[in-house]
Ligand binder design. Structure first.
Ligand SMILES: [Fe+2]
Length: 204
């Protein structure tokens, strides 16, 4: 976490908050998930300087650290919480284990970490499926999650370079990869995916 300690765009209190948060999630996440979390944070921070203000940089760091918090709960627990709390989760999302952690994660992060900032919560909610209304912070988390340094698939190196050069083009390529991956594996596509793809391509 030296990159947080040495970051000039963060205040002393913000650095302390992030260090404490890292300590908390390290205690509750499996080692592989914690590693992925820190990798996502590192990659997001490495490109954020170009795109975000200092204030948003702090929010992005929190969103990265907590984006997969929902993954420490098992699928049945997530479904139970979504039902009991009457969360805004569609039937499709409820039946899709790899996606549910982000939709319920928004609620869990608010409940367990007292996070109420809407940008942070929105970025966590949207990091799996995306949305037509993603701002730059949400885009950075969405992308960093898919191309952090341990991700290993054909073309990922190019995507890392593209993230620095042109974030919107990178989003298009990352989204394209996701769609192709799901189709090749005979996996379902989220009903919003075509709408989001058309939006990313500049359509309506
Ligand atoms: Fe993730």
């Amino acid at each position: 976490m030296n990159f947080i300690k040495n970051d000039l765009s963060l205040t002393g209190n913000q650095k302390k908050y992030l260090e404490d948060l890292a300590g908390k999630i390290k205690n509750i996440m499996p080692a592989s998930l914690y590693r992925h979390t820190i990798n996502t944070l590192e990659f997001a921070c490495s490109i954020a300087k170009k795109y975000l203000s200092d204030k948003e940089f702090f929010k992005l760091s929190i969103a990265c650290m907590l984006h997969d918090y929902g993954k420490i709960f098992d699928y049945e627990e997530l479904m139970k919480i979504a039902r009991e709390e009457k969360l805004k989760v569609s039937e499709f999302e409820m039946n899709c284990p790899p996606l549910l952690h982000s939709f319920v994660g928004e609620y869990l992060v608010r409940r367990d970490f007292d996070i109420s900032d809407l940008k942070i919560l929105k970025a966590i909610r949207l990091h799996t499926v995306g949305s037509c209304s993603m701002g730059i912070l949400e885009k950075i988390l969405f992308i960093a999650d898919k191309i952090e340094k341990d991700r290993n698939y054909e073309g990922v190196e190019n995507l890392r370079g593209l993230a620095v050069a042109n974030i919107n083009l990178c989003l298009l390529e990352v989204y394209k990869n996701n769609i192709i991956y799901n189709i090749k594996k005979d996996k379902l596509l989220h009903p919003d995916t075509v709408k989001i793809w058309n939006n990313i391509c500049g359509g309506i």
